[in-house]
Design a protein around this ligand. Structure first.
Ligand code: PLP
Length: 399
């Protein structure tokens, strides 16, 4: 049988991260590859109580079809929370509940882009978003991400020379994969460029509440004076990833089109889980819950940074995130990322190659992503020691 697959899907590869999951069962393996929240962060008792209550008091609504826009009480709670925390939700905006932030990203791209249209992204960027854009036939074009955000000169050049750009996809806070937070100055400059070249911004902020150090930086959405910014968020990293509850807030006309597109995809986000999230927001102290998660991640990130300082050759550069789940390591010149990846897999310490996050899939990389939310304290120390020894060996070899 000749399976004549569509052009859209034919050239898409499985996510490097999902592939790594398959190796994780290996005994003795240490994984810094996941993007998962720590299972310790799940409020299991509260969720059990709320789930039981919903089934006892409101089974028919929770097991029935719901509206595509989302469970109304949850839409209202989300809108209020992002307005209070991030100055989102402007006049003329509307919130839709999506099946994870992932679906919000995909729906927005579907509504905005024709085949061949361009989405400008930070390079490196979130692989799930890049693949969503590709699956629709949109082309992610990368602009280098620097320590304080995207490179403004290159961004302007791309906007000036490319009339196919539909929107900028940006993860300004605790970026995945690099852990970088874009400075306020750069955010203002990026917003001004978006206005100058009349393109939209999709602000993806699933990690925004996971700050364990430093000061909050205003969102793009808070600067939005002309309905240009779509704000995408998620409960995956603050409540439960498996529930698949995310949201997008932005211009009502655009969101209404996303509703139409979502109807075709999954009719609506799981009603029962939407009701659990709403119940949690009503009955529990979300801020106190997130504070506990942040204390845990602060501890893990501090351990990982200490291990990197102790075991990595001094030529290795790494970011020091103030929140989120990741840090980003860059190998010294002359050390091949492919050799490092081969050796780390052989020694059963899993990281994600920087290549997976490139907008141009054939482009080289000298970096890799480390996650600190999943490994145990012992694994962090042991795994980073092994990685440090591998890199030291490769530096020696390169001499
Ligand atoms: C930057 C970014 N955006 C969006 C998502 C999507 O998360 P979810 O679909 O679980 O809400 C992720 C998940 O890892 C992410 O890292």
């Amino acid at each position: 049988m000749n399976y004549n697959l569509s052009d859209n899907i034919k050239n898409m590869k499985p996510s490097a991260i999902r592939e790594i999951f398959k190796s994780l069962g290996t005994p003795g393996a240490i994984s810094f590859a996941a993007g998962n929240p720590s299972p310790e962060s799940f409020p299991v008792e509260d969720i059990t109580r709320i789930a039981n209550k919903i089934l006892a008091e409101n089974a028919s609504a929770s097991l029935q079809y719901g509206t595509t826009e989302g469970f109304m009480p949850l839409r209202e709670l989300v809108t209020k929370r992002i307005a209070d925390k991030f100055d989102c939700a402007k006049d003329g905006d509307m919130t839709i509940i999506t099946s994870g932030g992932q679906q919000g990203i995909e729906l927005f791209c579907k509504v905005m882009c024709n085949r061949g249209d361009v989405v400008v992204c930070e390079n490196p960027s979130f692989i799930g978003a890049l693949n969503a854009f590709r699956s629709i036939g949109a082309v992610p074009v990368g602009v280098p991400l620097e320590d304080d955000g995207i490179n403004l000169e290159i961004l302007e050049e791309v906007l000036k020379t490319n009339d196919k750009v539909k929107f900028l996809y940006l993860i300004p806070t605790f970026q995945n994969p690099a852990g970088i937070t874009t400075s306020l100055e750069k955010r203002k400059a990026v917003y001004a460029l978006a206005q100058k070249y009349d393109v939209m911004i999709l602000e993806d902020n699933p990690y925004g509440e996971l700050r364990f150090a430093g000061e909050n930086v205003p969102t793009y959405k808070s600067m939005d004076t002309d309905g240009r910014v779509m704000y995408c968020g998620s409960f995956s990293k603050i409540l439960s990833a498996g529930m698949r509850v995310g949201f997008v807030c932005g211009n009502e006309t655009v969101v209404q089109k996303m509703v139409v597109a979502k109807q075709v995809e999954d009719v609506h986000t799981n009603q029962f889980f939407q009701m659990i999230v709403a119940g949690f927001m009503q009955e529990c102290d979300m801020d106190a819950h997130i504070a506990k998660i942040n204390a845990l991640y602060k501890h893990k990130a501090t351990l990982m940074i200490a291990a990197l300082e102790k075991y990595m050759p001094k030529e290795v550069k790494f970011t020091r995130p103030e929140g989120g789940l990741f840090l980003w390591c860059t190998l010294p010149e002359g050390v091949s990322l492919d050799d490092f990846m081969k050796e780390s897999i052989a020694q059963k310490v899993f990281v994600v190659t920087g290549k997976a996050f490139n907008c141009d899939e054939s482009a080289p990389s000298d970096s890799f992503r480390l996650n600190y939310s999943m490994p145990s304290d012992e694994e962090i120390d042991k795994g980073i020691k092994i990685l440090g020894e591998i890199i030291a060996g490769l530096i020696e070899k390169a001499k």
